[in-house]
Design a protein around this ligand. Structure first.
Ligand SMILES: [Zn+2]
Length: 690
């Protein structure tokens, strides 16, 4: 989200099969030399009050080189690499076990091996995709086009949990508890239809974006040429003009975050009236959703605009668009020339990483995507002990208790608002390590040496699994993330949080580290996620996950005043002379950072129970707490990747997230920060929300 932690430190365009892009952004961590903070990573020649990020991470930044296959590296990337290696080892064990056909182990092995067998993929050439391209070529009219567009609908977007607003399909489906009835799963439809990460890439007039668009044109033409199309420059031009027209109808990322704009229930009949152009009954028939009575339409204006384009743009252009989008989506399992051309644009040009990640790592991502819970069961068993789980649960309890006290102590909040905030803490489900139930993949057919088919069927299996839940009772303890994923997530419609086992590892969490380091690192992250349940987005969902604003107008006015102050603080940060952060786009995340440190700090102090904190390398407990927080954000970026993050991510770049300690009073005391130092804020200028 707003709430997902992976995007916290990396920009991840999570389009289901935007694989090469994903790999370009996975990463490598600062080394963990000990238990607790890493003194070797610090640059103690920098004053903490001048640049806290460099003070915590400067020596690591100096001695760390960006590998050629990375657009950025960070603590997250290091953990993601570790998790990938562990997962790959688990997959290899299953591959060696010669498990019987149909078993979970056999599926894992066959899926991974089929992806890794590049010789088989090469020798099949275009054969696997050919029938699909022929079906597109055979489309005779707009009615058949509507059905074909419906057939491409996938469950590949997520508006509130893992927040992915991007799909290259015309629209995307998200199945989640209903806005107004959180006891049952509902269908949410989101805008889509473009390949570039966001509408900004099409409409921005900046030199960088103009350059990206010129290279995109070359890329689209090259992909079509590889697939045997003629007249590819002209086709590419028309496809991009169509995407540009679609992007112009899209809402921006900041607008997408506003759930009140998104709470629009449309019946099947409403689509033809409110968004004429597309043959909607045919679209829903193609999508297998003819029986679904109503949908939440997240961006009504985009639906009207995109539907009108289906009517106004010539059929042949739409057919080229469909064909190109299909080729792009499946490039990773087509002959190497496709994957390489795709990487040259989506990897090198968009993120700046000159080299693609090794294939085995991309294979691990595929297996996690399509059989994530099966692998997750193996992962959790091996890498997350019951003792570690209990230790994290105790931290969570302390942090929740800190929030309770902070809410009670607020002078500005109405008693009725406080009562609902406390009720939300009572019903909050905090999942630690792994889920209580697992996905059943028995209906997903995986075949040896059929990489294309395995991915095709996997995305359909997930789509059908999601569609089959529509109308069913909500399981509030359901997870939206695998245990082997290095991330954390807030699920507002379930009033729940997930902290997968893979993120509960050093340096975020180390069972052997001092409490100061664990609370500063993972504790602040836990506090960040909890605070989302009370922030502008959380205030829209009550203790049962229903959309019901439980704040009074006066509460909201106070909150917005504090929030505006924080937005202004971030508007002032400039990663490059020609580029400022967007304080509004990153506001919810920046608030959560401040709230998360504050609550975790209280939880940490409470955990000491009056005893003095042990020092480490001469650093006091409080100093360790803040340094551990700052070290969460150790990162290095290529310029293009950082620019992309500023454009599309709701999280601020790591440097500015680390520096947000300037809003916390205890940080000033811990490091003796004085007026005149760069990060110094006079007490009234510090933003306090909870
Ligand atoms: Zn967040």
């Amino acid at each position: 989200m707003p709430q997902s932690l992976r995007s916290a430190l990396t920009v991840i365009a999570t389009a289901l099969f935007a694989l090469s892009q994903l790999f370009a952004q996975a990463q490598q961590a600062p080394k963990q030399e000990n238990h607790g903070i890493s003194v070797a990573n610090m640059d103690r020649s920098v004053k903490p009050g001048d640049n806290f990020f460099l003070y915590c991470n400067g020596d690591w930044i100096k001695r760390t080189e960006l590998p050629p296959d990375r657009a950025r590296i960070s603590v997250f990337s290091g953990l993601a690499d570790l998790s990938d290696k562990r997962t790959a080892a688990l997959i290899e064990e299953t591959a060696k076990s010669n498990a019987p056909e149909g078993s979970s182990a056999r599926k894992i092995a066959d899926l991974y091996n089929s992806y890794m067998n590049e010789a088989a993929i090469e020798s099949r050439g275009m054969a696997p995709i050919e029938p699909h391209l022929k079906a597109i070529a055979a489309i005779q009219n707009k009615k058949e086009l509507a059905a074909a567009l419906g057939e491409t609908l996938r469950a590949d977007v997520d508006a509130l949990n893992n927040t992915n607003f991007h799909t290259s399909h015309l629209f995307g489906l998200w199945v989640a508890p209903g806005f107004n009835d959180s006891d049952h799963y509902a269908a949410y439809l989101l805008q889509g239809g473009v390949q570039l990460p966001d509408r900004e890439y099409y409409v921005s007039d900046s030199e960088h974006m103009r350059d990206v668009r010129a290279k995109y044109q070359t890329h689209v033409s090259a992909m079509l040429k590889l697939a045997g199309f003629t007249d590819t420059d002209a086709r590419a031009q028309r496809i991009i003009a169509l995407e540009h027209a679609i992007a112009e109808k899209h809402l921006s990322l900041a607008e997408n975050d506003d759930i009140h704009k998104a709470n629009n229930t449309w019946t099947q009949a409403d689509f033809a009236a409110k968004a004429p152009g597309l043959d909607w009954p045919e679209y829903f028939r193609g999508a297998g959703l003819s029986k679904q009575a109503s949908f939440f339409v997240w961006q009504p204006t985009a639906f009207a605009g995109e539907s009108a384009l289906v009517a106004s743009i010539p059929l042949d252009t739409w057919k080229d668009w469909l064909a190109y989008h299909l080729i792009e989506e499946y490039a990773p399992v087509l002959p190497k020339s496709f994957a390489e051309e795709r990487y040259a644009f989506f990897g090198k040009t968009l993120t700046g990483a000159p080299q693609q990640r090794p294939r085995w790592q991309r294979g691990v991502v595929i297996v996690n995507r399509l059989l994530g819970d099966d692998v997750g069961q193996l992962y959790a068993k091996r890498y997350f002990s019951p003792e570690a789980k209990a230790q994290v649960e105790a931290m969570v309890a302390n942090i929740i208790a800190a929030f309770r006290k902070r809410i009670d102590a607020l002078s500005w909040m109405d008693p009725s608002t406080k009562a609902e905030a406390q009720a939300k803490l009572t019903t909050l489900y905090v999942g630690i390590g792994y889920p209580e139930t697992w996905i059943d993949y028995s209906a997903y057919a995986v075949k040896a040496d059929d990489a294309f088919g395995n991915i095709w069927r996997g995305s359909l299996f997930e789509y059908h699994r999601q569609v089959s839940r529509l109308g069913a009772s909500v399981n509030r303890k359901e997870w939206s993330m695998d245990p082997q994923t290095v991330n954390a997530v807030n699920l507002p419609l379930q009033n729940a949080l997930n902290f997968p086992a893979a993120v509960l590892q050093p340096p975020f969490f180390d069972p052997l580290a001092p409490a100061a380091a664990n609370y500063g690192a993972i504790g602040s992250v836990i506090g960040h996620e909890i605070s989302h349940t009370f922030d502008t987005e959380g205030s829209a969902f009550d203790s049962k996950g229903r959309v019901r604003n439980w704040w009074t107008p006066a509460d909201l006015a106070h909150f917005e005043a504090a929030a505006a102050k924080l937005a202004a603080q971030y508007d002032n940060y400039k990663p490059f002379p020609d580029l400022s952060l967007n304080g509004k786009q990153t506001l919810a995340e920046n608030i959560a950072d401040v709230a998360g440190i504050a609550a975790s700090y209280d939880g940490y102090r409470a955990s000491l129970a009056g005893k003095p904190a042990p020092t480490q390398d001469g650093f006091s407990g409080d100093q360790q707490f803040f340094i551990a927080f700052g070290q969460n954000y150790a990162s290095k970026n290529r310029e293009a990747a950082l620019r992309q993050q500023v454009a599309v991510d709701s999280h601020s770049p790591g440097e500015y997230r680390a520096d947000t300690v300037r809003n916390i009073d205890a940080w000033y005391a811990a490091f003796d920060v004085k007026p005149g130092e760069t990060l110094y804020l006079a007490p009234p200028a510090r933003v306090r929300i909870w």
